[in-house]
Ligand binder design. Structure first.
Ligand SMILES: *Cc1c(COP(=O)(O)O)cnc(C)c1O
Length: 333
């Protein structure tokens, strides 16, 4: 089961391996399977989160191409943008970011949390109105910088290119070690799925490892049919980029949009319950946009009896706590 990613340029940015720990009180409360948290909120870079794994490969690629600036895009409260800007600061690259005002809430959302840290971390922040194609806007912006004599490296939304997805392909090998170290078999992986890089990277890693562990991607906004098609495509591209001559069966792409209403970045009661349960039973902070909805999905699957009591289900805690400060009113009591 050896699969070598060492030919790809990579920069050490994350604290790896991230902790792998049982959420015993939560498992007991739900009366379901044993829930394990893969703590990718603890990747360590300026608040951490899942994008840091992707950025190890993305920043490696940028440096190998002689870039002097990274350009990336996201929502006002993008965790990806915060981690990208921090990564750029750490390796001495400039960062220019386009933040789309797609979710308009209040003063805290507009100014606190991630956007505040983007400024603190030294990025040039350009805010724009909701866009039909933010990735395209970002690419055009990067082209303009190139015309002015800079050497930009464009990172798409969520860091979800084939390069970024390798971060989660390699995470699978960490998870295999976590399982061995704890003497368990992993029976399922649950995580928040949005720009596809995490889910596609995980699926590519599982295929490389010849494992059939199911991955449940909980959509945080997109329709599940559309999301699964996009995950399938990025998984195929990632397998090819990684030099693996293996294919993915479309039936192994599992996405659910049952937990994302009313829309991206918009709270719902399942999310609030999940965030409160993890905080109050485990002292673990989830976030309102991604992990809260993903955990609501896991809780619902457990309540529906989808897992057996002796199974081991891994919840990938992809981070995002910084955004709690952008939503003070829903948790203040
Ligand atoms: C970006 C993000 C995700 C989703 O990861 P994708 O690779 O975009 O699907 C999940 N959780 C958090 C906290 C994130 O910031």
């Amino acid at each position: 089961m050896t699969f070598d990613l060492s030919n790809f340029p990579r920069v050490g940015l994350a604290h790896l391996p991230t902790p792998f720990e049982p959420l015993n009180a939560l498992s007991e409360h739900l009366g379901g399977p044993k829930i394990w948290a893969k703590r990718d909120d603890c990747t360590g870079l300026a608040g951490g989160g899942n994008k840091t794994r992707k950025l190890e490969f993305l920043i490696g690629d940028a440096l190998s191409k002689g870039a002097d600036t990274i350009v990336t895009v996201g929502a006002t409260q993008s965790n990806h943008v915060r981690q990208s800007v921090a990564a750029a600061a750490k390796v001495g690259l400039k960062a220019e970011v386009l933040l789309e005002r797609a979710v308009i809430r209040d003063e805290a959302y507009a100014n606190n949390g991630n956007i505040m840290l983007d400024h603190l971390l030294g990025a040039k922040v350009h805010e724009c109105d909701a866009s039909a194609d933010l990735n395209l806007d970002g690419q055009l912006f990067a082209m303009k910088l190139a015309e002015q004599g800079h050497t930009p490296y464009f990172i798409p939304m969520g860091g979800s290119s084939v390069v970024g997805a390798l971060g989660y392909t390699s995470c699978i090998f960490e998870l295999m070690d976590d399982a061995d170290n704890n003497g368990i078999n992993i029976d399922g992986i649950v995580h928040a799925s949005s720009s596809q890089g995490t889910q596609a990277g995980l699926l590519a890693g599982l295929i490389a490892a010849e494992s059939t562990i199911p991955v449940y991607g909980i959509s945080v906004g997109r329709d599940q049919t559309e999301l699964s098609a996009m995950v399938l495509e990025l998984t195929e591209q990632t397998l090819e980029y990684a030099g693996l001559t293996k294919t993915i069966d479309s039936s192994s792409v599992i996405c659910s949009d049952k937990f994302c209403a009313p829309g991206y970045g918009e709270p719902n009661s399942g999310m609030i319950e999940a965030v409160q349960l993890c905080a109050q039973l485990e002292g673990v902070l989830l976030d309102p946009v991604y992990t809260g909805k993903a955990m609501a999905g896991l809780i619902s699957m457990i309540r529906d009896g989808q897992f057996k009591q002796d199974q081991n289900i891994v919840f990938i805690h992809t981070g995002g706590q910084t955004a709690l400060h952008a939503y003070p009113s829903i948790f203040k009591g």
